[in-house]
Design a binder for this molecule. Structure first.
Ligand code: FES
Length: 250
């Protein structure tokens, strides 16, 4: 297969960026998208050019570092698929592919396609943890959790913090990310202890980082590679409201 790649190149957050065109031949349809970029970088390095900077780690859909904006969609054209799980066979031979970094002021460009997502880390530091002593395994098993609640908490915990929700939203809202983390803890007995403080602090930090409000377009859910539901945003809003009106929700 061969492609024309239009890749965003930018030296740093303060520099002016722009698209550069790279024709690429002899691409295997079985290559992952990141392997295709590795293949391009090998050719750039061999030709004495600077390779394209992009982020990756696990390359199996777990870590959330590989977010790229591909042809106008976070993680590309396939639903429920991270960039590292996307394969070149999903594109047509001869396609032109536009590749950009996440676009959000709270995710400043580090270089080329890599952005600084430490704003998500600061939201987690604000309350995305439990500080109760949960004991050892037999003790946690003595706290039965209903199957429906356990499944819902697990669905929320599937968020990998990649930032696709922010990139997809016209308001650069991080509410899908924050709500998944808040809901994950709010539903389990161990997490309920700090639920009021948690929602207050995480929402405050989310706003301080400059993320926008929910745009109600559901684009975050549509482009989330883990299929996180916008229902968790309603859960977060409910948690926030109850924490303000009644103190800790019973
Ligand atoms: S590299 Fe870890 S999710 Fe893609």
């Amino acid at each position: 297969m061969e492609f024309t790649l239009k890749i965003w190149r930018q030296q740093n957050a303060g520099a002016k960026g722009g698209f550069k065109t790279y024709p690429l031949k002899d691409v295997s349809p079985e290559m992952s998208f990141l392997e295709m970029l590795d293949y391009l970088n090998k050719q750039l390095i061999e030709g004495g050019d600077e390779p394209v900077t992009f982020e990756h780690d696990c390359r199996e859909g777990i870590c959330g570092t590989c977010g790229l904006y591909i042809n106008g969609r976070p993680h590309g054209p396939m639903r429920d698929t991270t960039t590292c799980e996307l394969h070149m066979r999903e594109f047509a031979d001869g396609d032109t592919i536009f590749i950009e970094p996440w676009r959000a002021s709270a995710f400043p460009v580090i270089k080329d396609l890599a952005v600084d997502r430490s704003s998500f880390e600061r939201i987690m530091h604000a309350g995305g943890f439990i500080s109760t002593n949960t004991g050892c395994a037999p003790e946690s098993n003595s706290n039965p959790i209903g199957k429906h609640v356990a499944d819902l908490a697990f669905d929320a915990a599937a968020c990998i913090g990649c930032g696709a929700c922010v990139a997809a939203c016209k308001n650069s809202s991080a509410m899908l990310f924050a709500s998944a983390k808040i809901a994950q803890y709010a539903m389990t007995p161990q997490g309920k202890v700090e639920r009021k403080e948690r929602v207050d602090q995480m929402v405050r930090q989310m706003d301080a980082e400059g993320f926008g409000a929910c745009s109600n377009t559901y684009s975050c859910e549509f482009d989330c590679p883990k299929g996180i539901s916008v229902d968790f945003i309603a859960t977060m809003n409910k948690e926030f409201l109850y924490s303000k009106l009644f103190g800790q929700k019973g």
